[in-house]
Design a binder for this molecule. Sequence first.
Ligand code: URA
Length: 245
Amino acid sequence: MRIDKFLHAMRIGTRTQVRRLIKDGHITANGEPVLSGKQQINPGSDAVFLDDEQVRYQQYFYYVMNKPLGVITATVDAQAKTVLDLFNTTDYRDDLFPVGRLDKDTEGVLVITNDGALSHALLAPAHHVTKLYEAEVTGEITAEQVAGFNAGITLKDGTQLQPAEAEIVEFHEIENFTTIRIKIHEGKYHQVKRMIGTLGERVVQLQRIKFGSLQLPVGLLAGNYRALTDAELAALKADAGQEED
Ligand code: URA
């Protein structure tokens, strides 16, 4: 692999920044200065250094984003802004993708990675990875009305849902809406909105606050992302039934 590609893929900098680092003599491979970005290296076995720091090979990248309203959970789109458009040029890689979907008008916790196996396992129905949503819903919803969700309801189009848990957080009397938390173990299209639809009400605001064991990080503003911590990643892998290596 070309060393400039390797350094860019390891998020050392943009292509231009990488070119400059090489030109200015900051990069060595196996103790020898690297003179050209075209130099071939073996990422698994060659010791590449940026000044005194080793640039270690990393195959997979994992991020948590607080998805904002108005962007779509896709990698590219001709018209709409995607969650990948929110990545800065250093972190962006063309193999990153969002794990699962959130609607354009839903915000909250979203995992973005290039690890296809983990994504597949997290979304596999067999693993029942839980998703916790907080919704603002028109009208007054009572605990009795949502109690039925526990048994697994049938949507208007006949789709049978697995049991879900719902909790009324607060009824806002003056504005006439209810804040509800709903925990689901599957991910059907518009699931929360359609569940609320069975009560004759409408979701006006929806936020995912937990995906598996991954909580929306406190202080991570809508539109921002950060790398998963080792502990968060290990917990997600456990959610997905993947052994730690
Ligand atoms: N349920 C919905 O209706 N929308 C989402 O984005 C996620 C869950």
